[in-house]
Design a protein around this ligand. Sequence first.
Ligand SMILES: Nc1nc2c(ncn2[C@@H]2O[C@H](COP(=O)(O)OP(=O)(O)O)[C@@H](O)[C@H]2O)c(=O)[nH]1
Ligand SMILES: [Mg+2]
Length: 386
Amino acid sequence: MQLEVLGVGGAGCRIADAIRAAESADRSFLTDAFAFDTDERALNGTVIPESHRYQYGREDGLEGEIDRGFDVGRERADELLERLDRGAPADADAFLVATGLGGATGGGTTPALVAGLQRRYDAPVYVLATLPADREFDSDADVARTGAGARSRSPSGAGSDAVPRPNAATNAIAAIERLDGLASAIVPVDNEAWLRPGEGIADARERCNRDVATRVAAVFAGGDSESGGDGTGPVAQNVVDASDVDRIVGNESAIVALGYGDQAVETSGSRFGLGLVPTERDVETSEAVRAVETVVRKGIRGKLTLECDPETAERGLLIVGGPPAWLNRRAIAEGRRTLQSTVGGSGVLGGDAPRPDGDAVFAAVVLAGVESERLEDLRAAAERTD
Ligand SMILES: Nc1nc2c(ncn2[C@@H]2O[C@H](COP(=O)(O)OP(=O)(O)O)[C@@H](O)[C@H]2O)c(=O)[nH]1
Ligand SMILES: [Mg+2]
C-alpha cells in the first residue's frame, strides 16, 4: 500500500526521517514524507528534502504550553495541508502523522492537522505518537537533561530536547484527548518502555526511531507486490493491503500497539542468478517452521510499541515475511491461529511478505483496541501536575 507520512515537531520529523530510511532499505511504500516544525534548526537536522520541509509559527513563543500549541495548530493547519500538493497526497491509501507528545509543537499541531486531512481526503488518518518518559518530568534529575553526555554531543536540533519537561504528561494527555474521535487510529510509542536505565531521549532516540520505523515499514509495506520493484519477484500468497489494515485498526481512534520479531536466516547463494535460479534453496521444513514460530511468538509476546496485555486487543493483524523459501505456509497459518486465540475474537487477518533479498524471517503484529495502563498512569501524572 501507499502511505503518506507527515512528521510534526522534533520527534515527528525525526521519525518521518527514519521511516523514509526504512523504505529505501526495503521497498517503496511511501507516496511522500513531509516534515513540519516550528523549530527551524530541528527541521534542518532532518534528511527530508527541502521541498518537503516547512517551518511555521515560532517555537520560542510556545514555551511548552500546549494550549498555545493548539492555537498555532488551528491557525496554521491549512497552510501545512497546502504543502502536501508538492507531492501526490491523492494517491495515498492512508496518512500517517508522526508526532511526539509532551512538547507543544507536535502535540499542538497534530489534532488540527488530522482534522484537516480527514476533511480533505477519503483515506484514513493514523497518528503515531510518542508518549513521554517519566524521567522527563523530573526537573532535578540530570538524566532528564537528555542523559549522560548528550548535551555536549548536542546533535543538530537537540537544543529543545535538552530541557526537562514538567508539563509533558499534561501536554500528552491533552493532545491524546483531542485526537480521540479525530484520528482513525492512534499508535502510541511509549518512550518510558524504550529507554534504558539512565538513558535520556537524545541518547536513545536514534535507536528507538529506527525500531519504530522497522515496524511501520513491516506493516505498511506488507506483502504488496506491485510496489516491489520490477514486478518479477515472488508474489505474496496472501497480500495485506490497505483495506485489511483499515479493517483491523478501524476508524474509531482505537489504541494500537505494534509488535515485531525477527530472526536472521542463512541465505547464501540466494542472491545469485538475479531470479533466474529458483530462490527455493534447500531449507529444512522443520527449520523454517521453527523460525516462523519464533518470530510470531516474539511479535505477540515481545516488546510492543505500547506496553499492554495482548489479550485485551479486539482485533489483530499478522504479517510474516522473509526469503520465500522460509515462508512455511503451515507455520504461518498456525501463527495466525495463535494470534486469533490471543485476541479472542474473529477479527484477525494475516498475510505474507516475500523478501527475496531479505536475510531474516520477520513477523509484524498489529494489536488494535488494546487497553494500556501506561495511558492511565500518564493521566494520573497529568492530574498531579495540574
Ligand atoms: N521516540 C522519540 N521520542 C522523542 C524524540 N524526540 C523527542 N521525543 C519525545 O517527544 C516529546 C516531544 O518532543 P519534541 O518532539 O521535541 O517536541 P515538539 O517539537 O515541541 O513537538 C518529548 O517529550 C519526548 O518524549 C525522538 O526522536 N524519538
Ligand atoms: Mg521542538
